[in-house]
Design a protein around this ligand. Structure first.
Ligand SMILES: *Cc1c(COP(=O)(O)O)cnc(C)c1O
Length: 382
């Protein structure tokens, strides 16, 4: 077994393109040097495109969760009432963050594996008419559900003045964000998922309404006070020392996305999801979510005939292919394939063929090649 070749198909961290690896190794520069200002000036228009906003996107030194907490403490203060849409483990995390800061948190709980619908959110908003903000998850990585952010944001807008805060960590840069058009107030994401970067950077895009809320909010915070970041990024800077090497990498990762064309990036992700799902279905293995809720960036497989953990272990032992297990009560019941960022249809053929072997070895009654064939047909018909 070749020990060096790890094939990372977990929903983050994800593989890094050689071009980005190369960029990460550039010589260090001072974070107050003019070169840093030039770097921010190059990053800003590209980041703005990814988020679909005219405003400058703020960059934090943090993982995604830090950006989630940052959103909560900048929009709200202790005692504020908020709704958190909980479609899985990451929705729960958003709710736990709100609880930790003394917000009055109303959880709109959905069955794990389904998305929130506008009707459910509308009814819940009517039960809780004085909420300051609604927190939701775009791609619920724990179940591979994509929530309909446009429709949910429309619903909040038509029912209340609440701010809309969205965790887009595991899908932004792989799916459209359309911040300004959809009226989302704050999007947060991290670098290690669809952005093709190592962990360590987080991004926060904020609307004018959100910025007004930051200014008025006196909830205690210092390092992650977004007022500081908003002011500094206007002058192509950050309030504190950023992970400079990651910013070099970000510049190159964004160049790659711009060269491919964002529309094509989004199409590629949807295609990989369709190929993966058709392959698993053709093998007679159930998926956790229905097609209408399917995320373009991650797929949860629920192999009822065989142990999910056994399949996962065979993939590692025989092929060094890593997929993720199930979170919380889904542990041992599902595994999750990440197909985002630096991942192509050719990679889908690789993991589907390997999965067929793993299912067979685990004792599933499947027909070798049936999944690969289904994925090939989706590719040919795309
Ligand atoms: C990965 C992820 C996060 C953030 O996790 P970190 O480990 O803090 O980067 C948050 N939300 C979702 C939906 C995620 O997939």
């Amino acid at each position: 077994m070749m020990l060096d070749k790890q094939i990372l198909r977990i929903p983050g961290p994800t593989p890094i393109p050689p071009r980005v690896e190369h960029a990460l190794g550039q010589p260090m520069i001072g974070h107050r040097n003019p070169q840093m200002g030039e770097l921010h000036a190059r990053l800003k228009p590209k980041l703005a495109k990814i988020f679909g906003t005219k405003k400058d996107v703020m960059i934090l030194s943090s993982s995604g969760t830090g950006a989630m907490e940052t959103a909560a403490v900048n929009l709200c203060k202790s005692g504020d009432e908020v709704i958190v849409v909980v479609t899985g483990a990451f929705g729960e995390r958003f709710a736990d963050i709100c609880d930790a800061h003394g917000l009055t948190t109303y959880r709109l709980e959905m069955n794990w594996g389904t998305a929130c619908t506008p009707e459910k959110l509308k009814a819940f908003l009517r039960e809780h008419p004085s909420v300051k903000a609604v927190f939701m998850t775009y791609c619920e990585t724990s179940t591979s559900v994509l929530n309909p952010i446009k429709e949910l944001t429309d619903t909040v807008r038509s029912e209340s003045d609440a701010l809309v805060a969205v965790d887009g960590v595991s899908c932004i840069a792989g799916v459209e964000a359309n911040m300004d058009d959809w009226g989302v107030d704050i999007y947060v994401t991290g670098s290690q998922k669809a952005f093709m970067l190592p962990p360590g950077l987080a991004f926060v895009a904020a609307s004018e309404r959100a910025r007004e809320a930051f200014k008025k909010n006196d909830h205690s915070r210092f390092y992650f006070d977004l007022n500081k970041y908003a002011e500094k990024i206007e002058n192509n800077s950050t309030p504190f020392t950023p992970p400079v090497s990651l910013l070099f990498g970000l510049d190159e990762a964004l160049n790659m996305m711009m060269e491919e064309g964002l529309e094509n990036v989004f199409k590629r992700h949807r295609l990989m999801s369709n190929m993966t799902r058709s392959a698993i279905e053709a093998l007679g293995i159930p998926l956790l979510t229905e097609n209408k809720y399917a995320s373009p960036t991650v797929t949860a497989v629920k192999p009822e005939q065989v142990d999910a953990e056994k399949v996962r272990k065979i993939l590692i032992q025989d092929f060094k292919i890593y997929v993720a297990g199930g979170p919380k009560h889904l542990k041992g019941k599902i595994f999750r394939i990440g197909h985002m960022g630096y991942c192509s249809p050719a990679d889908v053929f690789e993991y589907i063929a390997a999965l067929e072997v793993a299912f067979k070895k685990a004792g599933a009654n499947i027909e070798l090649g049936a999944g690969t064939k289904a994925a090939q047909e989706i590719f040919l018909n795309a």
